[in-house]
Design a protein around this ligand. Sequence first.
Ligand code: A4P
Ligand code: MG
Length: 172
Amino acid sequence: MGVLLAEPISALEPGINAMRDPVTAYIGLGANLGDARAAILQAIQAIADIDGLMLTRQSSLYATAPVDSSGPDYINAVVEVRTRLKALQLLARLQSIELLAGRQRPYRNAPRTLDLDILLFGNARIDKPDLTVPHPRMAQRAFVLLPLAEIAPQSVTAGQLQAVQGQAIRKL
Ligand code: A4P
Ligand code: MG
């Protein structure tokens, strides 16, 4: 009897802590192999289906030239979520979605069926072996900054947008 009452809700629902305040996070999506547009749309749906998370905004899709990468043009987008998951728990869920989409990691920056990156996680600054937030390369990339500016203009400065002006990107 006392046992149930003494257990926090998080012990009954692993990964979700109803006592924690939800955090607004931004996730960058990218794909440039196979049907990249379908992969991004499916991934947005899969993110919306994660337990303990609510999809609150989604950017347009953008066609973008590969940056430090090879292969066909990428499709990129950014979504906003509200979640009670911890950042590492969110990362694990996103990596499962990448695997389901057939993601292989032959080498760094290889063409990919699906790449999901945590760009921002509330105001958190995270520097762990498996997770760096804010995403360390986001400020140099039009394929992140333009879709992010579309749904969260407060998160992107005019100077940042100006710095990536030369990069080829087209809103679809
Ligand atoms: N990791 C660390 N921090 C994070 C984070 N904030 N979000 C770790 C997600 N993962 C993070 O990632 C390698 C490891 O990074 C993960 O195991 C995780 O623990 P990965 O996705 O396996 O490898 P990757 O994709 O080669 O690295 P990454 O960091 O995603 O690459 P980038 O720098 O994001 O570049 N050009 C265009 N036009 N569009 C693109 O989407 N993407 C890239 C990938 C390059 N060029 C591109 C695009
Ligand atoms: Mg990645």
